[in-house]
Ligand binder design. Structure first.
Ligand SMILES: [Zn+2]
Ligand SMILES: [Zn+2]
Length: 191
């Protein structure tokens, strides 16, 4: 059994937004465990030191990828193991959201860069989509397609890795296509 560690931070959200995100966070370990029984996830809030390091990294960062490189190098210096996957819940007006959108204009609702994600639309399907990225899943859409939101490139209309996943397009619990399930297994259990 392999345990993956997620840490999350809420920045300037309304109680309703937090509540929606918290429900999605709590459901995620069960969703992963159903798909890949050998994987468990623990999902915990940032402690104050982690939050301090995150805000320092955000202050210094010029680009979205800087945030991760600065943040993880400070974590490594402080030898906090195991390395956590990070999810920051924020608003679209926040600096991390601006940097993510600048880096990838298709990231309207949220984005992942390496081991951290920023989520600025508070919808459980999007939360799960970004958290699956943190496990190694890839997008099932093509940003170069004339209609980015057409049938997912994996061929499964209900796949959670499609563009802009919502209750209207994804089943609950969310469906994850077999190619992404295999990517997750390969990343964590075969090497
Ligand atoms: Zn995505
Ligand atoms: Zn898919």
């Amino acid at each position: 059994m392999i345990t993956l560690h997620f840490k999350y931070l809420f920045v300037a959200l309304s109680p309703e937004q937090r509540k929606r995100d918290e429900i999605a966070l709590q459901l995620f370990p069960g969703i992963v465990n159903n798909l890949v029984p050998e994987l468990t996830c623990d999902v915990e809030p940032f402690d104050s030191r982690l939050a301090e390091l995150y805000f320092e990294a955000l202050d210094k960062a010029q680009t979205a990828s800087d945030i991760g490189s600065i943040f993880y190098s400070s974590i490594l210096r402080e030898s906090e193991f195991p390395i956590p996957r990070i999810v920051v819940f924020c608003t679209r007006e926040s600096r991390i959201a601006s940097l993510m959108i600048e880096n990838n204009p298709a990231a309207e609702w949220g984005a992942t860069s390496g081991l951290y994600a920023a989520i600025y639309r508070h919808d459980r399907f999007l939360v799960w989509h970004e958290m699956f990225h943190l496990l190694g899943a890839e997008d099932c859409y093509d940003t170069a397609a004339p209609d980015i939101a057409e049938i997912p490139t994996c061929g499964n209309i209900g796949c959670v890795m499609q563009y802009a996943p919502t209750e209207a397009t994804v089943s609950d619990p969310p469906f994850l296509c077999e190619s992404n399930r295999k990517r997750i297994v390969a990343r964590h259990l075969q090497g």
